[in-house]
Design a protein around this ligand. Structure first.
Ligand code: NI
Length: 279
């Protein structure tokens, strides 16, 4: 069994065949967490999760790219994001449902800030909304799924301060969140580990060797796998739409790099996901 810990089958890229994609994945013994990026896609993640008795879970949250309207371009995507006014109540209500296993994705994204925008104001607003969602997660005792792009200094500072401030309310022997689609270096990975967070890998590692050394030395209990579909399609399917079933390619690549069996990586990544998300 595998768990795709970060899938967006709840996004428009799947509007015509979401159920088919989900069924295909479940039939290949791959469970998934559908991750929201705004209220609309968070609700849809929950709606899909509720449709299936087992194997489909949801995360709800406001992504930093939706705190302002902005252009988003990259491999396999090109769109303008909607701006959403963050409402604690909306996400608190959504997060009460049993199938919601995390608050996410939330975080900071300085990479996509418009050149014409007031960068300082955008960053400030992202930080405030991120912090409120960290608080929501703490209050509801849910783990967090964190997105961070070109903002690691601010991210580390926020997480350190937050952890210090809420020491008694934070899990002690257990991770409390994951840095999703981790793309930093080894030193950064260990900084996140020391803050009680795990990291998770996408198809990115199937076409770049940049993380091989980190993966080789990765502690067995600190990593997970994800697709981030429809984006980040692994080799040999690059250029096509990604989907949860393909998380297998990420596990295969980690097994290859660590010189362990595929079954062992499946077992470890599944166990780590089950522990973090209580599933
Ligand atoms: Ni994502």
């Amino acid at each position: 069994m595998l768990i795709d810990t970060h899938a967006h089958v709840n996004f428009n890229a799947f509007k015509d065949d979401a159920d088919e994609v989900i069924r295909r994945s479940l039939a290949s013994d791959t469970l998934m967490i559908l991750v929201g990026a705004e209220a609309k896609t968070s609700k849809r993640a929950l709606e899909y999760a509720n449709k299936y008795e087992k194997g489909v879970y949801a995360a709800v949250g406001l992504h930093p790219m939706h705190t302002h309207e902005q252009a988003a371009q990259g491999e396999g995507y090109d769109f303008t994001t909607r701006e959403e006014e963050f409402s604690y109540d909306v996400y608190e209500k959504l997060a009460q449902f049993k199938k919601v296993v995390a608050i996410g994705e939330i975080g900071l994204d300085y990479y996509h800030i418009d050149v014409k925008a007031d960068a300082a104001a955008v960053k400030q607003k992202q930080k405030e909304i991120f912090l409120r969602q960290l608080e929501l997660a703490k209050n509801l005792k849910l783990p967090v799924i964190i997105h961070c792009r070109q903002a690691h200094d601010d991210m580390l500072k926020i997480l350190k301060d937050f952890r210090k401030e809420h020491k008694e309310a934070m899990p002690k022997d257990k991770s409390w969140g994951v840095m999703h689609c981790f793309s930093g270096d080894e030193e950064l990975a260990w900084q996140y580990f020391s803050l009680g967070l795990d990291i998770s890998f996408t198809g990115l590692i199937t076409f770049s060797a940049q993380w091989d050394d980190l993966i080789r030395r990765l502690p067995n209990d600190k990593f997970m796998i994800e697709t981030d579909c429809p984006y980040m399609t692994p080799e040999p399917f690059r250029g096509q739409r990604n989907e949860p079933m393909l998380v297998k390619k990420v596990a295969e690549r980690i097994a290859e790099i660590k010189n362990l069996s595929f079954e062992r990586i499946a077992e470890l990544s599944t166990l780590n996901a089950r522990k973090l998300f209580n599933i």
